[in-house]
Structure formats: C-alpha cells, structure tokens
Design a protein around this ligand. Structure first.
Ligand code: FAD
Length: 335
C-alpha cells in the first residue's frame, strides 16, 4: 500500500444554507467524531461562504476540534468552481485522511468535482461509516444491487478517502454549549473575472406543503391507490392532519406526483414521528428510506404484503374505502 503518513484527520464539509449549517453536516460531525477518535486524530470542519466565520462556534459545540474557514464575498452563493477550488487548496495544504459531505445537491456536486480533480475515490450515498483503527481505511457502506446487499467500499490507493452521506442516517452529538476549538482562516487568490458561472438571481420554489425531509408526519401512497384520482386521497389526508406527502417510486414514475415526494433508496430518507404507508407493497428500496420512522402504520389489501413486516400497526383492507373514513375521523377529532 502507498505511504499515506502525511494524511491525517477526519474532515466534514460544513454546508451552509440560509445562514445556518445544514442538519446533515451536524450529523456528519457526530459520525466524524467517532472516526477521528478511533484514529486518535482531530475532527475538522471546512466552512466556505460569506460571513460564515461565526458558524464555526456551532461546529465546535457539535464535535469539531478545528474549523478551516474560507470567508469571502466570492463564496456568497454556492458555485462548483469557487467552492471546489477552496476545498482543493485546503486538502492540498492540510491533507485530511477522510473527507465527508452531506448527500445534498450541493454536497454531491462538490464532492464529485473534488474527487475528479484530485483525483481520488468517492463513495456516494453512504449509510454506514467505520474506519480501521490501525490502517485508517474508511469502510463506507451503502445499499447496492437494488438494495439487496450492503456493499462496503474501500479506497486503498488514494487520499483523502471521500464519501457523501444521506441526511438523517447518522446522529448528531448532543450539543455541548461553550465547547471551543480552533478557527483557521484560509484564503486563495480568486477573482470574480476568473469564474465562468455567475449567479444572476435566486428564485425560490414556493410551496404551501410540508417538506418530507422535515415533517413529523408523512402520509405516503403507492400504486395501490389505483391512479392520480385515488392518490388525491393521500393529499387530502395529509392536509387534514398537517402532514407531508410521500410516495413510492412507481407512483413517481407514473407521474402522479413529483420526484421530491419519493421516499426510498433513490428518493429521500425520512425519519418522521409517524409514517403512513398506504397502498405501498414494502419493497426493500422503499423500506430503507422510512424504516427508522417512529411509528409506521400500513394499509394494504394484501395481508401478505411485505410492508406488514416493518410496520407497528397494519390495516388489511381497501385504501380507497379506509382513507376517506380516516379523513372524516381526523377532521372530527381536530375540530
Ligand atoms: P406495488 O409494488 O405495485 O404495490 C402496490 C401495493 O398496493 C400492493 O402491495 C397491493 O397489495 C396494494 N394495493 C393494491 N390495491 C390496493 C387497495 N385498493 N388498497 C390497499 N392496498 C392496495 N421504490 C421506492 O418506493 N423508492 C425508491 O427509492 C426506489 N428505488 C429503487 C431503486 C432501484 C435500483 C430499484 C430496482 C427499484 C427501486 N424502487 C424504489 C422500486 C421498488 O422496487 C418497488 O417497485 C416500488 O417501491 C413499488 O411501489 P408500490 O409499492 O407503490 O407499488
């Protein structure tokens, strides 16, 4: 194996959105802390943005020992080129052994750009992380072959070892108010004129509906609803109890709802307090995205449906008859 003795420490890219470190980055500090402790090394965060330096305090309170900060107006909006250059410079200068990113659209974009330029390996959508204490090899595991097996992926020949990790799969540490660390201010020569991408305007999608990755209650529907008209029952039940709408992939592919409602391996991983799975068969690719929900209630007309293996309460019957009754019952209870 090559000599990687110069590469030390576990790093987390601290993604910032609307002036806050995003939750998945805090979750990664929790996971990164365990890796760093196993290697008896430091846990560092990398912050890139404009006016982001004060956020380092929060990273320390969630487990970081060091935060490298690239704070300049040129980083005000995420752009692959500017952020990638900052990360590349930091990696080349300080040589981390492991570098983790949230599997958000920003994290995925940035990690793949950095991996290509370095070059090094990148394990995408990791759901478990461990490290060999003696060799420092990162054991990045993720579902493979349609979710039927867990593959553990190693990067033996390059450093840093990189992985993107899905939101809500790892747990953040309990916040330790006042926990301190070292801020290291970094900068690289970067001129606006050298950057090919310009952000002209940010247009935010407006929705009155609850987002599935933040919802306490999700009402998810599958092909058992029969069609877009049947799926409207899912929207109505969700609206009645203030829940978000989730869906199986088959429903999304049929065009009944947009992709951002999809729960599962190729959708969003969710951990609401209550998850209704209605007319959903319970394929493994769906289960991996919702199995850690607090309370799972399934409705399916097939008593042998796989979803009944992972739910807390199951109702065997026709969803098209049961859901309207639930809507009326909840309406009465909530008025
Ligand atoms: P079906 O499997 O058709 O099940 C419909 C269910 O509804 C059945 O159990 C049936 O008994 C029940 N039913 C029918 N009529 C009624 C009724 N009137 N009342 C009550 N119940 C009724 N799937 C995901 O969901 N998310 C993913 O992220 C995802 N990623 C994938 C990635 C890969 C690589 C692959 C290969 C597949 C992926 N899938 C994913 C697809 C997955 O394998 C299943 O095909 C899909 O989840 C099935 O969707 P469904 O349960 O809605 O439909």
């Amino acid at each position: 194996m090559s000599d990687f003795s110069d590469y030390k420490g576990t790093w987390v890219f601290l993604e910032v959105k609307d002036g806050e470190i995003v939750p998945v980055s805090l979750e990664l500090l929790g996971a990164g802390r365990q890796l760093a402790d196993k290697r008896t090394t430091q846990l560092a965060g990398v912050l890139v943005g404009h006016n982001v330096t004060p956020l380092a305090k929060k990273a320390f309170e969630y487990g970081a020992d060091v935060v490298y900060v690239y704070d300049a107006p040129i980083y005000r909006h995420y752009r692959t080129e500017t952020y990638m250059r900052a990360i590349l410079a930091c990696v080349e200068k300080h040589k981390p052994e492991i570098l983790l990113y949230g599997a958000t659209s920003t994290g995925k974009d940035l990690a793949s750009a950095v991996a290509t330029d370095l070059p090094t390996g990148l394990t995408a959508d990791t759901t478990q992380l461990d490290v060999e204490a003696d060799t420092g090899l990162l054991l990045a595991s993720r579902p493979a072959f349609g979710g039927n097996i867990m593959a553990t992926i190693l990067c033996k020949k390059y450093r840093p070892q990189m992985a993107t990790v899905r939101a809500k799969v790892m747990k953040p540490l309990a916040r330790e108010p006042g926990r301190a660390g070292t801020v290291i201010e970094e900068s690289i020569p970067l001129e606006e004129a050298d950057i090919r991408t310009k952000v002209l305007e940010i247009v935010r999608a407006t929705t009155h509906r609850v987002r599935i990755d933040e919802a306490d209650i999700i009402v998810a529907g599958g092909k058992g609803l029969g069609g877009p008209a049947g799926f409207q029952l899912i929207h109505r039940l969700a609206e009645t109890i203030g829940a978000a709408v989730g869906a199986s992939r088959d429903v999304v592919e049929a065009g009944w709802v947009e992709h951002h409602h999809q729960v599962g391996q190729t959708g969003v991983t969710v951990t609401p307090k209550i998850y209704f799975a209605i007319g959903i068969s319970g394929a493994i690719q769906h289960i991996v995205g919702m199995q850690n929900s607090g309370l799972i209630i399934a409705i399916n007309k097939d008593p042998n449906a796989a979803i009944f293996q992972c739910c807390h309460y199951g109702i065997v019957g026709d969803a098209l008859a049961i859901v309207p009754l639930l809507i009326e019952a909840f309406k009465t209870a909530l008025t």
